[in-house]
Design a protein around this ligand. Structure first.
Ligand SMILES: Nc1ncnc2c1ncn2[C@@H]1O[C@H](COP(=O)(O)OP(=O)(O)OP(=O)(O)O)[C@@H](O)[C@H]1O
Length: 236
C-alpha cells in the first residue's frame, strides 16, 4: 500500500516486496528524511527495487510506504538506471515539456517553460535535438533535467554516474550538491556518496549498515576486499 504523507521523510513500514519469484524485501523498515542519502551494495541487493517502492511503481505485498507530497503527481521523481526506460519523446524540449503537462500544465505553457529552463542551464541549443542522437551520458542528463523541471520534493537517482565521463561525473556531483531537493542516490562509485550524511548498505534486501557515508562506504569496501582476497586464496 502506498500513501501520501504530509510532513517528515519517506517512511517504509514493515514492507515485503516480491518481484517475480523472488522475495526482495521482508519486513523492511526505514525512515528516510536526510537531505542526501546514498544506497550502496552488490548487484541484486535491492537498490532499484527500493526506488520502485518509493516512487510507487511497485506496490508492497505487505506493509506500506508513506511519502510527503505524494498527493501531487511528480513530487517524487525517479531517474531510471537506463535512460531509454524513461525517455518517451523524440526531442529534448518535448521530453521536458511532458514532465509539465503530466502535472497539469497546458502544452504551450509547458513548451515555453521547457525552452526557458534549457536556456537558464545554458542548453538552449539542445531544445530541438533528437534524443536518439545524444550519447548515453547526454540522455541521462536529459532524464535528470526532465525530472528537475517539475521540481519534485525528492529525487531518486538510480546509478546516475554510471555512463558519465569524469568531467560529467564532477559536474553532476556539483549540480546535486547545489540542489535544494531531497536526493537519494544509488551508486557503485562510492566516492560520490562518501561525504553524504547517510548511506545505506543493502545486502540481499536487508540493511547491512546505515550511518554516515564515510563509515558505511569504508565498511562495504572492506567487506568487498575481504571477499576478493578469500576468492584469490581459494583459487590459488
Ligand atoms: N523485473 C524483475 N523481475 C523479477 N525480479 C527482479 C526484477 N528486477 C530485479 N529483480 C530481482 O530483485 C532483486 C533486487 O534487484 P534490484 O534490481 O533491486 O537490485 P540492485 O541492487 O538495484 O542491483 P544492481 O546494482 O545490479 O542495479 C534481485 O534478486 C533481482 O533478481
Amino acid at each position: 500500500m502506498f500513501e501520501a504523507g504530509t510532513s517528515g521523510g519517506i517512511r517504509i513500514e514493515g514492507v515485503t516486496l516480491v518481484r517475480g519469484h523472488r522475495r526482495v524485501f521482508e519486513g523492511l523498515a526505514l525512515n528516510l528524511q536526510e537531505s542526501r542519502i546514498g544506497l550502496i551494495g552488490d548487484n541484486g541487493a535491492g537498490k532499484s527495487s527500493l526506488f520502485r517502492l518509493i516512487s510507487g511503481l511497485d506496490q508492497p505485498q505487505q506493509g506500506r510506504v508513506v511519502a510527503p507530497g505524494r498527493e501531487s503527481p511528480g513530487r517524487v521523481g525517479l531517474m531510471f538506471q537506463n535512460p531509454d526506460d524513461q525517455i518517451i519523446f523524440p526531442t529534448v524540449a518535448e521530453e521536458l515539456a511532458f514532465s509539465l503537462t503530466a502535472i497539469g500544465e497546458t502544452r504551450p505553457a509547458a513548451r515555453q517553460r521547457a525552452l526557458d529552463f534549457l536556456a537558464r542551464r545554458g542548453l538552449a541549443a539542445w531544445a530541438g535535438r533528437a534524443v536518439g542522437e545524444l550519447s548515453q551520458g547526454q540522455r541521462q542528463q536529459v532524464c535528470l533535467l526532465a525530472l528537475e523541471i517539475s521540481e519534485p520534493v525528492t529525487l531518486l537517482l538510480d546509478e546516475p554516474f554510471a555512463s558519465l565521463d569524469l568531467p560529467s561525473q564532477a559536474r553532476l556531483a556539483a549540480q546535486l550538491d547545489a540542489s535544494a531537493q531531497q536526493i537519494i542516490v544509488s551508486t557503485h562509485l562510492l566516492e560520490h556518496v562518501h561525504g553524504f550524511e547517510r548511506v545505506l548498505w543493502l545486502d540481499e534486501g536487508r540493511v547491512r549498515a546505515d550511518g554516515p557515508g564515510r563509515e558505511v562506504c569504508e565498511a562495504y569496501a572492506g567487506y568487498v576486499r575481504e571477499r576478493v582476497w578469500a576468492d584469490r586464496d581459494r583459487d590459488a
